[in-house]
Design a protein around this ligand. Structure first.
Ligand SMILES: Cc1cc2nc3c(=O)[nH]c(=O)nc-3n(C[C@H](O)[C@H](O)[C@H](O)COP(=O)(O)OP(=O)(O)OC[C@H]3O[C@@H](n4cnc5c(N)ncnc54)[C@H](O)[C@@H]3O)c2cc1C
Length: 595
């Protein structure tokens, strides 16, 4: 069975040492009790639950999958008990609003736990994950009555939440949604329609399921401007706010899929179900984006979580497995072959995975800190700056982390050779589980378009300008740091390239919109590599300062992995530049009939 040990030391390195996050967060209103000790205690407690109770269900959950019987969905054995342990431990309520029973802790802490939970068991993580997103949307847009009736039980985890957007004809293009909402005359609405691919749409973990459904009011304008958001419980609440009679919501079937088989993916039928409007009429998509943006970051974290657990298993295997001899001479004379780790190509695969993981972890924590700043900083200008940065990197985290997660789980599978292809070792499950993150929550091509078509242009280019300025400021602050010079030069050149390409893309896109679409995916990857390089140079600088002291091995390996990222992975930007500049004609000149 695959192993997993939560990377607590590395999370502490990023949280405490790199960003001094406990101090930043404790200075924000409402977070004054955030201390290094509190964060460490939460990480350790979470790690215990995830490693000991939730990770052992990952492989069995995959082979059993979810079962469907006449509208009833049963999750794999052990999921119910583990979910109970999760809710009773208060893990659902960590960052939720204390007014409704939440613990009011920083989002940054939830982000770090999310990584661990997805490493342990992605399928399981989706049940509380979607609920957290639904809580965010309800908290931000519902009226006080809905909040008071629904939030406390959702925050406790006794009720779950879902996100019901997709219909058979409406995937990426939500303007095509057909589900209807008709006023009942009592302030509520009758919701009728069928949604597909709904994660956790039906399950046996919670006593009620609160669906957030996109639907159209009568006479709503066509397209995305005519969509409203409704809260639709599986069971209606009685006068004591307890779940009572069924509400015309049923599960028609569940999907049989490549991965995340412990997560139920449901066809959901709404037959005159009673729903309540969330946010203004016809502004449903904007309200749903509160949930979708949070989910996009969480989906990116799945790539990181799976990359981490895949790395741990591949590294352990490469240490034990004896095959061939080192090219430079026998490394283990007492054995009849050397461990795989002596081979440069094995090290290439392991270091690629680790360098992405550790760089991505730093970027994830930096982003989470900015989320907390955007919610709580007393200065509105600081809140706006943090909000810009989060908006800019959200598609980058969603798409790049999930792309590299699929790449690196495949590399780690390769380290195991044939054993990587066999179920028993668990590596093929990581690959299968990683694949969906590139598709759902807005396919990665759509994330790339969000970056190049929207985020680069918003507020006259303010978003990328802010990030580029932060990196330029860092380069300037460090210019006297002689040990860091080679890395500063690389980062400076990479930033320069990114800025030049951004300008080029904006200019080209003005005259030919297909240039943006043709360049989008490569540009997003280049953007991610430069941003992660910024994280790595900061980590290298820190490791250089600490390398002579305690934990010399930890800092030494941080330096090695950083060197690998800067020397071996960052240079991809040059081939990406060539691909970006090659333009859209290479795709668009092909006649449709020739495809
Ligand atoms: C396991 C699973 C769980 C899911 N969970 C949920 C859930 O909980 N709730 C929910 O509402 N949905 C859910 N989904 C649906 C998921 O979000 C959609 O599948 C996804 O958004 C893509 O939509 P689609 O499948 O219709 O693909 P399409 O929209 O048909 O897209 C197909 C391809 O075309 C590309 N494309 C589409 N439009 C454009 C364009 N304008 N420009 C360029 N390229 C384009 C896309 O990038 C994609 O690669 C889930 C799906 C799966 C498989």
């Amino acid at each position: 069975m695959p192993i997993y040990r939560a990377p607590i030391r590395d999370l502490q390195f990023v949280f405490h040492e790199l960003f001094y996050a406990d101090r930043i967060l404790a200075a924000l209103p409402g977070f004054d009790e955030t201390s290094a000790d509190l964060v460490d205690a939460i990480l350790e407690e979470g790690a215990k639950l995830f490693e000991q109770e939730i990770q052992p269900l990952n492989q069995s959950g995959d082979s059993e999958g979810c079962r469907f019987n006449h509208g009833v969905v049963t999750t794999p054995n052990g999921f119910r008990e583990a979910y109970l342990a999760y809710t009773e431990g208060g893990w659902c309520s960590l960052s939720a609003d204390p007014e409704y029973g939440g613990q009011g802790l920083p989002e940054t802490i939830s982000f770090m736990l999310e990584e661990m939970l997805t490493s342990a068991n992605v399928s399981f993580s989706l049940y509380p994950g979607l609920t957290r997103g639904a809580i965010n949307a309800i908290s931000s847009h519902a009226d006080d009555e809905l909040k008071a009736r629904y939030l406390p039980k959702m925050i406790e985890g006794i009720w779950s939440g879902t996100m019901c957007l997709t219909e058979a004809q409406a995937g990426t293009d939500l303007g095509l949604v057909r589900t209807k909402a008709e006023p009942r005359g009592d302030g509520s609405y009758s919701i009728t329609g069928t949604k597909i691919f709904i994660t956790g749409g039906e399950q046996n973990l919670t006593e009620n399921i609160i669906h957030l459904v996109l639907a159209r009011l009568p006479d709503a304008p066509p397209g995305v401007k005519g969509i409203s958001l409704f809260l639709v419980p599986k069971r209606r609440l009685n006068e004591n706010d307890e779940p009572a009679e069924p509400n015309g919501v049923s599960c028609g079937s569940i999907e049989h899929k490549m991965g995340i088989r412990g997560s139920s993916t449901c066809v959901m039928n709404f037959d005159q179900a009673q729903g309540f409007l969330v946010g203004p009429e016809n502004r449903g998509l904007a309200c749903m984006f509160t949930m979708m943006n949070a989910e996009r970051l969480a989906i990116g974290i799945q790539g990181l979580g799976l990359g981490e657990v895949a790395y741990q298993n591949a590294a352990a295997y490469a240490r034990e497995r004896l095959q061939g001899r080192a090219a430079t001479g026998i490394a283990a004379p007492d054995q009849n072959a050397d461990p795989l780790l002596v081979h440069p190509d094995i090290r290439r695969m392991l270091l690629t995975t680790r360098a992405y993981n550790e760089g991505a972890r730093a970027l994830a924590v930096w982003t989470a800190i900015n989320i907390d700043l955007s919610h709580r900083h007393p200065d509105s200008a600081k809140r706006a700056e943090a909000e810009d940065l989060v908006a800019l990197v959200t598609p980058v985290i969603k798409a790049f982390f999930s792309d590299y997660g699929y790449e690196t789980t495949t590399l780690c599978q390769q380290v195991l050779g044939g054993h990587g292809y066999i179920q028993e070792w668990g590596m093929e499950q990581f690959v299968r589980d990683a694949r969906i993150a590139q598709i759902y929550e807005g396919a990665n091509g759509i994330q790339a378009l969000d970056l190049v078509r929207r985020k680069l242009f918003m507020h006259g280019g303010r978003l990328p300008a802010r990030l580029f300025q932060l990196i330029a400021d860092y380069l300037e602050q460090q210019q006297e740091n002689s040990n860091l010079q080679p890395y500063l030069q690389q980062l400076g050149a990479a930033l320069n390239l990114l800025q030049k390409l951004t300008g080029w893309l904006i200019a080209e896109g003005g005259s030919n919109p297909d240039q943006l679409g043709a360049a989008a995916t490569d540009y997003l990857r280049l953007f991610a590599l430069v941003t992660i390089a910024w994280m790595w140079v900061q980590m290298i600088a820190l490791a250089q300062r600490r390398q002579g002291g305690d934990e010399a091995d930890f800092y030494h390996s941080k330096l090695q992995v950083g060197r690998f990222f800067m020397g071996r992975l960052l240079p991809q930007i040059h081939s990406l530049e060539m691909a970006i500049r090659s333009g859209s004609d290479l795709m668009m000149d092909m006649h449709e009939a020739d495809f």
